[in-house]
Design a protein around this ligand. Structure first.
Ligand code: HEM
Length: 499
């Protein structure tokens, strides 16, 4: 927008405003006249400036950029955005913290959201991941309870380490993600210096209609850089918005951040013999067994001219896949397919897909009509039903996915942590053992610091149960945390449940 040209101020309906600052009054000292309509309009619009913040991931930063294909993965997928070397696709990325409100600090210990919208010719493809390859839970039904513990205590309205550790200790499947969160990766140095992951297992379908399963890894070309616990704490006071500022400054200086996208691939056969459930979001796939395969490079190079229009109104959804990419039986992923568009209809309104940042720039054609804030012409005078004899619309069968063979004919509520699904300890233990000495010390100190906040009548029970999990992951990790907390080891052994 040209901010230098002279423009007369108008009301929202376009009438020139002759006095923008002084309300019309009877005499210089009032009272105020109702007929100064512009006063009402200005105050009323101001009162409606806020929309509900995202229920999670409320604080975030966004940028546009490009994705360029650098690796040939056509044997796995026919997705057009990945299918030609050198092909470029416009993207919009949004990074975020999870638990804080829209005004919270960027350097909280928290996972970071890593959401990418690819504006592909077959529709928008949203990869809505985090900077961690795993997650705290493995069934969508547990998400609201989990998030309640990350938000504010309903009584004190404060964040509560007691609620957090109570939940984690009672849900040991969280241990892998909690270990990651308590490491220095829990406080990344802004958004440019972290990897991103699709986290879930997705599937890809090739031109021969064959399906493989994949995990996505965006590896930062800026190098991993984290804040220590102390640095993060200082940053919260010094510059609560530093991750936003860092991204804006880097892009404005032409220092465009880049990530290389890789996939790991598992065939349908390999999913049947994998040591863990390959669709369990609390587990990673070994990169030795399932090596990274390069796909392309994402570069972010444009900060949107208006934060609210683009970043706040952005709506990402794991439901948005495109031809050649599909879902997996991951129970969390299946829950997310429902949850995001539902949240966005509430947060932005039923026609949110028409907002420019969300609109597919290629083609949208269907029979959804009307609704609040319809601003795109509503398909004019064309038919609003299908099939019809007029408009030539058709269902393109060339996009059909291969049928899926299901594992079972029995519907039930299966225990997510039943035998065979209950190894919560090997992978977090491996993660701990991979760290160097300094990183191990930081992890232990961070856990001790966080667990020291547990309070109240159930304190000992919660601490002891969580300690059992750390011991099971790795005896040295358990010892380090127990010593840091000053726990009496004899008393602890009485709380150790049998494995
Ligand atoms: C079943 C579990 C989950 C549910 C029900 C859930 C639900 C939600 C909801 C309702 C939002 C707000 C959407 C909006 O208002 O636009 C959201 C945002 C988000 N979620 Fe989840 N979530 C789940 C798990 C996950 C997981 C496992 C990841 C990462 C691997 C993730 C990453 C994100 C990100 C990055 C955003 C912010 C997107 C943006 O920048 O606008 N979520 N989630």
């Amino acid at each position: 927008m040209d901010t230098n040209s002279n423009k007369k101020i108008t009301t929202a309906s376009g009438a020139p405003v002759v006095n923008y600052e002084d309300t019309m009054t009877v005499g210089p000292r009032g009272p105020v006249l109702l007929q100064d309509y512009f006063l009402h309009e200005k105050l009323a619009h101001f009162n409606r400036e806020r929309i509900p913040e995202r229920i999670v991931h409320a604080k975030g930063s966004g940028a546009y950029g490009t994705f360029t294909v650098t690796g040939d993965i056509s044997q796995y997928t026919r997705a057009k955005l990945f299918n030609t070397l050198g092909k470029q696709t416009k993207v919009f990325a949004r990074f975020s913290t999870v638990g804080g409100e829209k005004g919270s600090a960027d350097s909280e210990r928290d996972p970071r959201g890593f959401a990418i919208k690819f504006y592909s010719e077959d529709g928008n493809y949203d990869l809505v991941g985090n900077n961690t390859p795993v997650f705290f839970i493995k069934d969508a039904k547990k998400f609201p309870d989990f998030i309640h513990t990350q938000k504010r205590d309903p009584h004190t309205n404060c964040k509560s380490p007691t609620m957090m550790w109570d939940f984690w200790s009672l849900n040991p499947e969280s241990l892998h993600q909690v270990t990651t969160l308590m490491s220095d990766r829990g406080t990344p140095f802004g958004y440019r210096h972290m990897h991103g992951y699709g986290s879930h297992t997705y599937s890809m379908i090739n031109a021969a209609n064959e399906r493989v399963y994949v995990k996505y890894h965006f590896r930062t070309q800026q190098g991993i850089k984290n804040l220590t616990n102390e640095e993060a704490e200082q940053m919260r006071g010094k510059d609560p918005d530093y991750a936003q500022r860092d991204l804006v400054d880097a892009i404005k200086e032409g220092n465009f951040p880049k990530w290389t996208l890789h996939i790991q691939v598992m065939t349908e056969e390999q999913t049947k013999t994998f040591r863990w459930n390959p669709f369990d979001l609390t587990k990673v796939w070994s990169q030795k067994e399932y090596p990274l395969i390069e796909v392309g490079v994402m570069e972010l190079n444009e900060i949107p001219d208006n934060y609210f229009a683009h970043v706040e109104q952005a709506a990402f959804a794991p439901a948005h896949v495109v031809d050649g990419i599909s879902f997996s039986p991951d129970k969390m992923l299946q829950g997310r397919i429902l949850s995001y568009p539902d949240a966005q209809r509430y947060r932005l309104g039923g026609n949110y897909e028409q907002i420019p940042v969300n609109r597919c720039p290629f083609m949208v054609n269907n029979y959804q009509r009307d609704g609040a804030m319809r601003t795109d012409g509503n398909y004019g005078d064309t038919p609003n039903y299908f099939p019809n004899s007029f408009d030539g619309s058709y269902q393109d069968q060339s996009y059909k996915e291969p049928a899926q063979q299901l594992e079972s004919l029995i519907a039930d509520h299966y225990d997510r942590n039943a035998p065979g699904e209950n190894d919560h300890y090997t992978q977090p233990g491996d993660l701990y053992r991979l760290l160097d000495e300094e990183q191990k010390q930081h992890l232990i100190q961070n856990i001790v610091g966080a667990m020291s906040g547990i309070e109240g009548p159930k304190k000992a029970q919660i601490v002891n149960l969580q300690l059992c999990h750390w011991f099971r992951a790795d005896i040295n990790l358990g010892m380090g945390v127990a010593q840091g907390l000053g726990v009496d080891m004899n008393a602890l052994s009485q709380h150790m449940p049998n494995k």
